[in-house]
Design a protein. Structure first.
Length: 259
């Protein structure tokens, strides 16, 4: 009888520990999402301030907009931003101070294109940003609340993204079909909504390793994961801007999507 009671008590203790760990994972996942959302908001505010007070920033932005097409701009910014982002994620588990430094550098490279709509479409930016953040919270919550490990989604989403890039390139260079452009825009939103679920789930499940490392590692891993969510937010933001602007008679000359 005593042995049976001891076994029951051990099972209850294990379940309580598991529940506590799951709650901690939820908090960590939501905190990572919050950091990404605040980073996005900060980028918007900083872009607006710089556009109002820095002629150098406006010149760089004008050169960036005039010299490159939307698709080329996106490929360039991905190539430029992928190095500091990758270093941020690598150093997160080995050198948290370096990881935090590359986090700040990544915010600059990832956030620079956001200045384009801030300058060209200032009245539209705020409502679209609110819509983007609402979708972010919704789809990140799906990835965080689920008990499943969605790491196997990575290969599926990567294949979809590769197909999207190839299709966009072919349509831009050879087909020039507005119907395909519209379909690709919706496909982009669908894929990156999937990425929000995936990246939020990865962030939540990284808590166990971050907890073991402790200290600044807990923060650096959180910041590194928030960058992945931030990338998803910015791409979704551009696609929502592009789809909204295509239906309007704005005299800004039109706004091509992130692709």
């Amino acid at each position: 009888m005593a042995q049976k009671n001891t076994k029951i008590l051990a099972n209850r203790t294990r379940l309580t520990a598991t529940d506590t760990d799951y709650i901690a994972k939820l908090k960590y996942g939501y905190l990572t999402t919050l950091v990404a959302a605040l980073s996005f908001t900060g980028i918007l505010i900083l872009s607006y301030v710089l556009s109002q007070h820095s002629t150098t920033y406006l010149r760089l932005l004008t050169l960036y907009m005039a010299g490159l097409h939307g698709f080329v701009r996106t490929c360039l910014i991905i190539l430029v931003s992928v190095i500091p982002l990758w270093l941020c994620q690598v150093y997160a588990k080995f050198n948290p101070l370096k990881s935090i430094f590359f986090f700040g550098l990544s915010l600059i490279t990832i956030g620079f294109p956001v200045g384009i709509p801030v300058v060209r479409m200032p009245t539209v930016v705020v409502p679209v940003a609110i819509q983007t953040l609402a979708l972010t919270l919704l789809f990140c919550s799906i990835g965080i609340i689920t008990h499943k490990d969605l790491s196997n989604w990575g290969s599926i989403l990567s294949i979809g993204l590769l197909g999207l890039l190839l299709s966009t390139f072919l349509n831009r260079q050879f087909l020039h079909l507005s119907l395909i452009t519209g379909l690709l825009s919706y496909a982009t939103m669908l894929i990156f909504l999937g990425y929000l679920i995936f990246d939020a789930n990865i962030a939540m499940n990284s808590y166990t390793e971050a907890k073991k490392l402790g200290g600044l590692f807990l923060i650096s891993i959180l910041l590194a994961n928030s960058l992945s969510i931030l990338q998803d937010i910015i791409v979704l933001f551009f696609e929502l801007l592009g789809s909204g602007d295509s239906d309007s008679d704005d005299d800004s000359g039109g706004f091509d999507s992130f692709w």
